[in-house]
Design a protein around this ligand. Structure first.
Ligand code: ACO
Length: 367
């Protein structure tokens, strides 16, 4: 009784909580393997639909092709568009991240149709409608023949994107579609372990994603870059933030002790997207100074650039409003969540850890 846990125990650091065929994160070597392939290889050779097929096949022992997934996501986007009036929260004051949470919670099973596709297909439809509603615009109907990435941009903008923009968003979707036992995937698996359905499980996953220590980081990354503003302000701004004890968004990771491999995959995607390099030179200056400042601050704890730093720059270069970054992240990660939920349900095992009670004990009788 009254055994206090260490910081690592409280954070379940390094505790394996599932056997999975879906993805593997090697924090020492800086490697991410998704469904048997390195993330960099997937991002250059596979579409989001292709990697989603691999994840769903791995979890459910199916043999879906990329074309199967593309067709089922297209059909699911159309169904979601029809349901938009009942899914979107009536109040516009909720904001995009919270409005998305309310709409996702309204998703439900559609008889005889794949739940995985219903969920993943609905996400960009909801995100697009919320972004447009915030600007006073009507939602744009999906094109079921377009790819997930192309239609996401179309529904956000109301115009067809350029092929290089589609390629950049597709590379992003592939890069972030799954990532071991991250917080949102764990939340998803905990709910799925109760044998609740996929809709309940991914709602929990999305809620976990929204926090700034996880998928809510990219919007603050842009705010940080805006606040720094110019080269001469990098050092004073960063030093002052660290002196105040603030965490710098887009840096550090629970598992990686070296650079997050996804950072370089996204950096390369940004370079391909922007002929002139977009904001990369300034972002590069900020990144370099923050890395050196963090090395000085925590010499024994490597704190390197994580995926969210370049996510912010990539999504901004695609003119996606920063308030929609977390829902757009979810539009990719939902592929992983749905696969993990299925994999967890198949184990039939409830996730139910214990806690260490450090509270008062009842007084012994007679005292
Ligand atoms: N900026 C400044 N200091 C940091 C940062 C950071 N980004 N990250 C960790 N530290 C410091 C901590 O304050 C701590 O310092 P202390 O020992 O002096 O108290 C030390 O480094 C060790 O930190 P941990 O607590 O071991 O780090 P943890 O494993 O909890 O951190 C996390 C992981 C939450 C991602 C953290 O690095 C962080 O807050 N980063 C900023 C938010 C962010 O970028 N989130 C996105 C992560 S990627 C994703 O989820 C998709």
């Amino acid at each position: 009784m009254n055994i206090h846990l260490t910081k690592s125990q409280i954070g379940l650091d390094g505790v394996p909580a599932a056997e999975t065929v879906l993805s593997h994160v090697d924090g020492e070597r800086g490697e991410l393997i998704i469904a048997g392939e390195h993330v960099g290889t997937l991002a250059s050779q596979s579409s989001f639909e292709g990697v989603t097929a691999r994840l769903w096949n791995g979890a459910s022992k199916t043999s879906l092709s990329e074309a199967n997934v593309r067709a089922s996501l297209g059909a699911a986007r159309e169904r979601a568009f029809v349901r938009l009036p009942e899914l979107l929260p009536p109040t516009r004051g909720m904001g995009i991240v919270d409005g998305f949470r309310a709409a996702v919670a309204g998703l439900r099973a559609e008889n005889g149709l794949e739940h995985e596709a219903t969920i993943v297909g609905a996400f960009p439809v909801i995100a697009g409608a919320l972004v447009r509603r915030a600007k006073g615009l009507e939602p744009v109907a999906p094109d079921p023949n377009a790819s997930h990435a192309a239609d996401t941009l179309r529904m956000l903008r109301g115009a067809s994107p350029e092929p290089r923009e589609v390629a950049a968003l597709d590379a992003y979707f592939v890069t972030v579609c799954d990532h071991g036992m991250n917080a949102s995937t764990f939340a998803t698996r905990v709910v799925a372990s109760t044998q609740a359905d996929l809709f309940a499980a991914i709602t929990a996953g999305y809620c976990a994603l929204t926090g700034p220590l996880h998928g809510g980081a990219p919007e603050p990354v842009l705010e940080m870059l805006d606040a720094i503003g110019s080269s001469e302000r990098v050092k004073p701004w960063v030093d002052a933030a660290l002196a105040r004890g603030e965490r710098l968004m887009g840096f550090g990771h629970r598992v990686y002790r070296v650079r997050d491999p996804r950072a370089d995959v996204l950096k390369a995607a940004i370079e391909r997207l922007s002929a002139d390099g977009a904001d990369l030179p300034f972002a590069g200056e900020v990144e370099a100074y923050i890395r050196s400042a963090l090395r000085k601050k925590n010499p024994d704890r490597p704190l390197e650039t994580n995926v969210e730093f370049f996510t912010a720059i990539l999504l901004d270069a695609l003119a996606i409003p920063r308030q929609a970054f977390t829902p757009i992240f979810a539009a990719a990660r939902a592929a992983g969540w749905t696969a993990h939920a299925r994999e967890q349900q198949r184990t039939g095992r409830l996730i139910r850890p214990s806690s260490s009670y450090v509270g008062e004990m009842p007084k012994a009788s007679g005292e």
